[in-house]
Design a protein around this ligand. Structure first.
Ligand code: SAM
Length: 400
């Protein structure tokens, strides 16, 4: 008998198109029903901790909200209501919550209503009131024009902050890839079997590798800088020794034996070491990687950091420098991966005085190298904060 299909709703992050693309790559059939909401059907339970771009996940309830709440086992109910319907306001959300409370209280139940500042509860409010779906008596219901949903997961902002800020080796000069974006880059490669090898050929301090490990993949990183390899190693070892305590990470099935060179003194080495990651120094434009490579997810070389909008000349120089490294890398990679292998890469785009971003125009060239470009329409996959000078332009490829 097949698993049961359910309808899920995702509250999308600030950059909704990127969040929606992530869901599409993992679940398929995603429909964006408004700017910040998407729905999809799945027969596997989606996990919020694996999705960098979704703020909340909820499942459709097949009964009325009152029937759903009445079925909750005895004890005090904590209830939050977020209203995403067209006519929503703080008042409509509160009225729904209070109406439900009144009826439940009449039937002898004790209910506390969580108040928000608007029609919907913020991620922090949901999280800090325990409305993340773990406790069946602490419930957040979401009203939409298409029906009611129950929240099953809220993005754990504290866990992201911990693994971003607590890792021992950080380097402001190589930029700080947010762990959420690293997850998105990996997920844009599609669903990969546990233990798949995810390569980051520009691994820097290892944010993509960290997230790959937490998702149950084998993390394979290379970087031109020996210092960055040391940083990645330090960070991955730290993650492995803290994963259970800090992140409930799991590393099952993703170890492989490392290739080892013979000892110089000719004596036998101790038994093979098993780790779920491998690191090596190497120039991405010429390095020969070990096989297999099941997916490539990386933030490529982003060029010089800028504190103000660069001049025309500066942009021209940066486009040449970054373009040569990225194209050199993709040319080197194409002969080393199997057809169909996904490659997701964040490349730089520069803010201009007009407020628009100037992108590296390399998609046609990439196509000629032997990759299918999945998001050639170029809409929406620029990841940046308001006014950020070097934005990350996400491109999604697959070897032809
Ligand atoms: C934007 S950073 C990536 C940061 C990384 N995502 C992290 O988590 O820290 C780009 C990295 O590319 C590396 N790099 C630059 N040119 C390279 C090349 N030709 N081959 C490999 N790595 C290169 C730099 O040393 C740097 O670590």
């Amino acid at each position: 008998m097949g698993a049961l299909m359910s309808r899920y709703l995702a509250v999308l992050g600030r950059q909704a198109e990127i969040s929606s693309a992530e869901l599409e790559a993992v679940f398929g059939g995603v429909r964006q029903v408004s700017r910040g909401l998407a729905v999809f059907d799945s027969d596997i339970l989606p996990e919020i901790a694996r999705l960098g771009g979704s703020l909340k996940l909820a499942v459709r309830i097949p009964v009325t909200p009152l029937e759903y709440l009445s079925d909750i086992e005895s004890g005090k109910i904590t209830l939050g209501v977020s209203d995403y319907s067209k006519k929503a306001s703080r008042k409509t959300a509160m009225m729904e919550a209070l109406k439900l409370k009144k009826i439940l209280v009449r039937h002898g139940r004790s209910v506390r209503v969580v108040e928000g500042n608007g029609a919907v509860l913020s991620t922090a409010t949901s999280l800090h009131n325990g409305l993340s779906g773990r406790n069946p008596r602490k419930v957040e219901l979401i009203k939409t024009d298409e029906g009611w949903y129950r929240v099953i997961g809220v993005q754990d902002i504290d866990a992201y902050a911990r693994r971003d800020q607590a890792r021992p080796a950080r380097d402001a000069r190589v930029g700080m890839l947010p762990p959420k974006l690293a997850q998105i880059l990996i997920n844009l490669c599609g669903v990969l079997p546990e233990g798949s090898v995810v390569l980051d050929p520009f691994c820097g301090t290892g944010v993509v590798l960290q997230e790959a490990l937490l998702m149950g993949y084998f993390a394979y990183g290379t970087d031109i800088s020996e210092r960055m390899i040391e940083y990645s190693e330090k960070n991955l070892k730290w993650l492995l020794s803290n994963s259970k305590r800090l992140f409930s990470g799991h590393f099952g099935g993703c170890c492989r034996e490392l290739g080892r060179s013979p000892r110089e003194d000719g004596r036998e080495r101790p038994g093979p070491e098993k780790t779920p990651f491998e690191l090596a120094q190497g120039d991405a434009t010429s390095h020969q990687w070990q096989q297999p490579i099941n997916a490539v997810a990386c933030e490529g070389y982003l060029g010089k950091p800028f504190s103000k909008v660069p001049t025309e000349m500066e942009v021209k120089e940066q486009k040449q420098e970054c373009g040569a490294i990225i194209m050199g890398f993709l040319k080197n990679l194409v002969g080393q991966i199997e057809p169909g292998t996904p490659v997701t890469i964040a490349i730089p785009a520069w803010l201009r005085e007009s407020g628009e971003y100037e992108r590296l125009e390399i998609l046609d060239l990439i196509d000629e190298l032997g990759y299918n470009v999945n998001n050639k329409s170029r809409e929406g996959l620029l990841y940046c904060r308001e006014g950020q000078i070097v934005a990350r332009d996400i491109i999604i490829l697959r070897k032809k």
